[in-house]
Design a protein around this ligand. Structure first.
Ligand SMILES: Cc1cc2nc3c(=O)[nH]c(=O)nc-3n(C[C@H](O)[C@H](O)[C@H](O)COP(=O)(O)OP(=O)(O)OC[C@H]3O[C@@H](n4cnc5c(N)ncnc54)[C@H](O)[C@@H]3O)c2cc1C
Ligand code: FES
Length: 292
């Protein structure tokens, strides 16, 4: 922690004010999804030079972002730790806080504290194929791991991305997926729920696309994130395809307040999602399904 009590890149240290955010400038904003619930990606640069240069995190971790004077929300860090000097998060417009966030412009100042939570065990996954299955804004934490794997390409096998949203307007990161199209050993399978003119990819729900593609479980880790109903069916389908519980990972989004294991708001069973998660293997949480 710096002398004025702001967090460092190692995450929050318990001190005089564990909730004090670092101030960060919005360096860029990308409008990702223009559907009913718009999604924007915000690129943040900490004002404090030390923090900007040394902020480190791992794929799967999250931050608490505040619109000063309005409130605070939890967001997965959607950029990869291989991208230095800034962090990105992608926010869907929902209620009071995210509506205020969506009104912010490049150059405006936000608060950010973190990084918090555990992360995807990317070191343990070296040498494996990785299957990413995302729905809607659930692609945000997956984007961090995907770009991490791309930037450390020799460490991983095939990367297979299955991603869908309700309509083509709700799909995020479309430009990035177009750039990935030419990469070796990387495949992207996009889908939308209902037919649209000029749509060239799959039409149907994400679990149906998964079952159509039937990826092999051999030497493969599957990570899924999206609406709870999608995750439920995707996990059932992965098991039917032969994936073992310990080959399946997800990241949970229980409502949070403190983000640091103090308030008890985010528990499922005896786990605090903010401290014990948000990343879990299916093996760890399958018996808590009713609480999710
Ligand atoms: C670990 C974690 C990671 C997250 N990562 C992201 C992320 O990367 N991008 C992102 O956009 N959001 C993410 N969220 C969700 C995000 O924190 C909330 O959407 C946000 O706090 C909503 O704040 P608000 O003030 O705009 O809405 P509120 O005023 O708090 O809520 C308004 C209404 O919308 C409902 N609501 C709010 N958020 C959601 C939601 N996500 N799903 C369904 N109903 C909702 C509320 O129950 C309420 O009825 C994450 C949450 C967690 C816990
Ligand atoms: S959000 Fe407070 S304990 Fe998890």
């Amino acid at each position: 922690m710096t002398e004025d009590g702001t967090m460092t890149g190692e995450g929050m240290m318990m001190g005089e004010n564990a909730y004090k955010p670092g101030l960060a400038k919005i360096a860029d904003i990308t409008l990702e999804a223009t559907g009913e619930r718009a999604i924007k990606t915000f690129k943040l640069e900490f004002l404090d030079e030390d923090l900007r240069k040394n902020f480190t995190f791992k794929p799967g971790q999250f931050i608490m972002v505040s619109v000063l004077g309005v409130g605070e929300s939890t967001f997965a860090i959607s950029s990869s730790p291989t991208q230095k000097g800034y962090i990105e998060f992608s926010a869907m417009r929902y209620g009071k806080h995210t509506k205020a966030l969506h009104q912010k412009q490049i150059g405006d100042i936000l608060g950010a504290r973190g990084p918090y939570g555990n992360s995807f065990p990317v070191e343990k996954w070296k040498g494996k194929n990785i299957l990413f299955i995302g729905g809607g804004i659930g692609q945000a934490p997956l984007r961090s791991v995907i770009n991490y794997c791309i930037d450390n390409r020799k460490d991983y096998g095939d990367l297979n991305i299955i991603y869908g949203a309700r309509t083509s307007k709700d799909l995020c990161y479309k430009d990035e997926f177009s750039k990935m199209a030419g990469m070796d050993n990387l495949q992207v399978h996009l889908s939308i729920d209902v037919e649209e003119e000029d749509w060239e990819h799959y039409v149907g729900f994400v679990p149906s696309n998964l079952m159509r593609l039937k990826p092999s479980p051999e030497n493969t880790i599957a990570i899924t994130c999206g609406p709870p109903i999608m995750i439920k069916f995707v996990i059932q389908d992965l098991i039917e395809l032969g994936f073992k519980d310990e080959q399946i990972y997800t990241t949970l989004e229980m409502r949070m307040k403190c983000g640091i294991g103090m308030c008890g708001r985010c528990n499922i069973g005896n786990l605090y999602v903010c401290k014990d998660g948000p990343v879990f293997s299916w093996d760890q949480i399958k018996d808590l399904e009713g609480d999710m």
